[in-house]
Design a protein around this ligand. Structure first.
Ligand SMILES: [Fe+2]
Length: 250
């Protein structure tokens, strides 16, 4: 972990005390993985599944963030950096800009397997971190953080938040004429993933204009998502968004 240049996020960075996880918690992790992995093996993007192996995620034990980062670092420079919980925007963007992914260490309990109001380690690591092993996605995410860290207008940040939402959180990709999921909110939620795979959600070809014009709804299953044809497309879209932000056309 390289956190020497951080300032806004420093108060939120913690240590993961791996030894305190109980057998019950490892069991909850195993159950969470077990209920979604079979469908992900068929319906997740190839790059997600490759990342899963690269970072050494285990099916029956909670991830040790230091071990994950040790495998990820040499590939893309990203670290899965433990934080105490929800981060204010400046701290969040600062961490992304320095390739530190803010990662919660708590795990939901067995009676809320499907839904947690705030991200936990299952959402953050199982949902997000495998994609950080993909070079283009990794570069995109850092660039996103760098651009947002330099913006103070809330209206512009809200628009850029839509780009994050419809890619990092709820992104899908077309691979061999099939829709595959890669966004963490789809990967880590059985219900959201089934909604897409079951054809209950319209899929438009990704367009930056349409993504920026589509508000985020957090209280219902998605009715519309956007499919990229490659991860280069989100990398390019972020550069276009940056140009628009600079020229105040976002
Ligand atoms: Fe997330």
């Amino acid at each position: 972990m390289s956190t020497g240049t951080l300032s806004a996020s420093t108060p939120y960075i913690i240590q993961q005390n791996y030894a305190v996880y109980t057998e019950e918690q490892h069991g909850v992790w195993a159950e969470l993985v077990g209920r979604v992995l079979p469908e992900l093996e068929r319906h997740a993007a190839r790059e997600y599944l490759e990342g899963f192996e690269i970072i050494g995620l285990q099916r029956d034990h909670l991830p040790n963030l230091a071990s994950i980062s040790a495998r990820l670092g040499p590939r893309t420079g990203w670290s899965s950096t433990p934080v105490s919980g929800f981060l204010p925007a400046p701290a969040f963007f600062e961490m992304l800009a320095t390739r530190n992914f803010p990662t919660t260490t708590w795990l939901r309990s067995r009676d809320s397997l499907e839904y947690t109001p705030e991200p936990d380690i299952f959402h953050d690591v199982f949902g997000h971190v495998p994609m950080h092993a993909h070079k283009v996605f990794a570069d995109f995410l850092e660039h996103y953080g760098r651009v947002c860290a330099a913006i103070s207008e809330n209206a512009v940040l809200e628009k850029l938040g839509r780009l994050f939402w419809y890619t990092v959180e709820f992104g899908v990709i077309r691979q061999r004429d099939e829709i595959k999921v890669y966004g963490s909110g789809l990967i880590s939620s059985h219900g959201e993933c089934a909604n897409v795979i079951g054809g209950h959600c319209a899929i438009h070809d990704f367009s930056l204009d349409e993504v920026l014009a589509t508000p985020v709804k957090v209280d219902e299953l998605h009715k519309l998502l956007f499919a990229v044809s490659s991860f280069d497309q989100i990398y390019e879209a972020m550069h276009e968004a940056e140009r628009r932000a600079i020229h105040q056309r976002l």
